[in-house]
Write a protein that binds this ligand. Structure first.
Ligand SMILES: C[S@@+](CC[C@H](N)C(=O)[O-])C[C@H]1O[C@@H](n2cnc3c(N)ncnc32)[C@H](O)[C@@H]1O
Length: 280
């Protein structure tokens, strides 16, 4: 490094022993305020420890959090949705027709994607989410007479169903027991296609952090080691066919530059072979 480089000097100053703690304190203060959405804060040994530290809130199980999903995300697709559209269309062309959408909110992906995808006539699209969100999604589906779109707030029950596509976008990291390989081990029928989007993956060790999710609510979430998460899914008979960066999502963790992520990730797997002993 050249000591005449003003950017490096500014960086050293900001990361130095006086300024850095002050900045972290300021960002904690902001994180705990309404202006803190959608910031992240802290490193914790577990979801329980993160919840104990966070201000009390219902987390995602809070109807007002669905407003943006109903008004905006049911209506449009974003740049990060295109790989999902591509692989869903591929799965449908392979004959898959039964979707489990884990953390699919009020059915945002069904509503937004149906204008772009040729949905199979036999399509079923089952969303597993939290009770307050599911009840809003059910009302939307009923109002529009969409019988293919159904909801549950009982994930174990959803895993007992027969789905040939799983999709999950920006959601599994918020489930305390949502590691994809763990869910696949618990499900009744392994889906032929897995489309995961907006996952916080990086090269370091797994950890738990927290996020201000808006409306005075907070949630713990995992950040996963990329290679291990992929390996654990592949060990169950899947092949990673595609991965893409999600530049619209990043994670800047005050005080932990080495645990900060410039972008999230999307992954598509197909099932090469059922593992012995499964589904028997
Ligand atoms: C950031 S939102 C993403 C929603 C949608 N998939 C999207 O991409 O726009 C996270 C979703 O996961 C759901 N979620 C979080 N924790 C959950 C849990 N333990 N069980 C069920 N759903 C959960 C939330 O209610 C919310 O709908």
């Amino acid at each position: 490094m050249s000591f005449s480089d003003p950017i490096q000097l500014a960086h050293q100053f900001l990361e130095g022993p006086v300024v850095r703690p002050a900045l972290v304190w300021w960002r904690l203060h902001r994180f705990l305020s309404p202006q803190g959405y959608p910031a992240y804060f802290g490193v914790f040994p577990s979801f329980a420890a993160a919840r104990a530290w966070l201000p009390h809130s219902p987390g995602f199980d809070h109807g007002p959090l669905a407003t943006e999903y109903v008004q905006v995300r049911t209506q449009k697709v974003f740049a990060y949705d295109y790989p999902v559209l591509w692989w869903l269309q591929h799965a449908f062309r392979c004959g898959a027709a039964h979707v489990l959408d884990i953390g699919g909110s009020v059915g945002v992906h069904y509503f937004a994607y149906r204008r772009y995808l040729e949905m199979p006539p036999a399509l079923t699209w089952h969303v597993a989410d939290l009770p307050s969100i599911v009840s809003i999604g059910r009302t939307l589906a009923e109002q529009q007479g969409i019988s293919a779109l159904t909801f549950t707030d009982d994930l174990p029950l959803a895993l007992a169903g027969e789905h040939d596509i799983w999709i999950s976008a920006g959601a599994l990291q918020y489930f305390e027991h949502g590691r994809p390989s763990g869910l696949l081990e618990r499900c009744a029928m392994r889906p032929g296609h897995l489309v995961f989007n907006k996952l916080p993956l990086y090269e370091g060790e797994d950890f738990v952090t927290t996020q201000n999710i808006g409306e005075g609510c907070y949630a713990p979430l995992y950040v996963y080691n990329r290679a291990r998460l992929i390996h654990d899914i592949e060990a169950l008979g899947y092949r990673l066919r595609d991965c893409w960066p999600v530049h619209e999502r990043s994670l800047d963790l005050p005080g932990y530059p080495e645990r900060s992520l410039p972008s999230f990730s999307g992954l598509y797997f197909d099932l090469l072979h059922q593992m012995p002993g499964l589904n028997s």
